[in-house]
Design a binder for this molecule. Sequence first.
Ligand code: RFL
Ligand code: PHB
Length: 391
Amino acid sequence: MRTTVGIIGAGPAGLLLARLLHRAGIESVVLEGRDRAYVERRQRAGILEQGTVDVLRAAGAGERMDREGLRHDGIELRFGRRRHRVDFPGLTGGRSVTVYAQTEVCKDLIALQLKEGGPLLFEAEALGVEGAEGDRPRIPFRHQGREDVLECEYVVGCDGFWGVARKAVPAGVSRVFERSYPYAWLGVLADVAPSHDELVYARHERGFALLSMRSPAVSRLYLQVPAGTEAGQWGDEEIWDELERRLETDDDWRLERGPLTQKSVTPMRSFVHEPMRHGRLFLAGDAAHIVPPTGAKGLNLAVGDVVTLARALAHERQTGSPELLDAYSATCLRRVWQAERFSYDMTTLLHRAPDDTPFDARLQLARLERIASSRAAETDLAEAYTGFPLG
Ligand code: RFL
Ligand code: PHB
């Protein structure tokens, strides 16, 4: 098998890249290790930055998002039983975010790819990347029990944190920057209308809690739990009781309960692999970087990477000039590090670490008070949350 761009992974990064290349008249093949149902059901991100929404729309993948996505003009911060709303458009010159689940973005992009795009093979596991330093990189892969090879001009690793592409960068070239956190998120889906019309991020002595949503009838909620916790350790009523305690306010706000339909635990990690390119191999999305989910940045970063890469590949084919491809890693990393910084700040602002001292707790409250009382501090949060410009 031969193609121009071999893409490993059909998460949001790989699927959107294939779509953007197709629109630019560049051939690609996507290899995805899992089956279609698995990829379409994997519960993850929920928040799209304005720039991500614009990109999906321009790629012709915005029809259902425009119908079903929920535009949010702010978030609420809760601490000390009080609520503080951050008004995004008022602070950023009109920017907002959209609640539209990653599962839905993937379903839309898969349907488009199968209808109009190049090959997208499910249950096709890449076994590695060969020859990244030469002219004809190759991806050996296993599909339906058979081993095959995809010969490419470029390979893009969109295969997430656990993928194989990053491993093809020689150890002497790779630089890894990382941090793990001593806590995780227990996430649940509930068949109940969200108890607030915007997301609520709560800092509490017992730990962080987040109220989010998937639709007007489905809530998505998270609780900070110790790293290593298993979802089964928490009973449904226990989860609701804990959410209620951490989200409680002094006014008459109430948390509505409903049946839980899904429970899972997500570890928290910050990770950056530099550079994001080695020869003809490019890394994009979670394959190159991870942020803790508190800032809602992971999916949006993946989108930024593939937009930058699709532009650079189109530029190279139109003009013969590799300048944008040469700049790919540095261009993406500037934005990546801003998101790393913001996600780290949001995480340490709102979570309690086991070794936190009373001093740390007071500092957190002072940081929150600062956001609630200074337009400059609040604007900094609103600008980062709604997203840094692409490129
Ligand atoms: P993905 O989505 O992990 O996709 C990688 C794909 O590659 C496949 N794969 C392979 N295929 C072939 N051969 C191999 N050898 C392969 N190895 C792996 C995998 O099966 C998979 O299909 O990476 P991508 O595309 O870079 O997308 C990144 C996002 O998924 C991720 O950053 C976000 O989900 C992070 N995230 C959030 N991001 C946001 O922007 N906003 C949010 O609100 C948000 N909330 C979240 C999140 C992530 C969470 N979890 C579970 C980590 C909330 C949570 C709880
Ligand atoms: C979600 O709805 O899954 C979600 C929302 C905001 C975050 C993380 C996850 O910061």
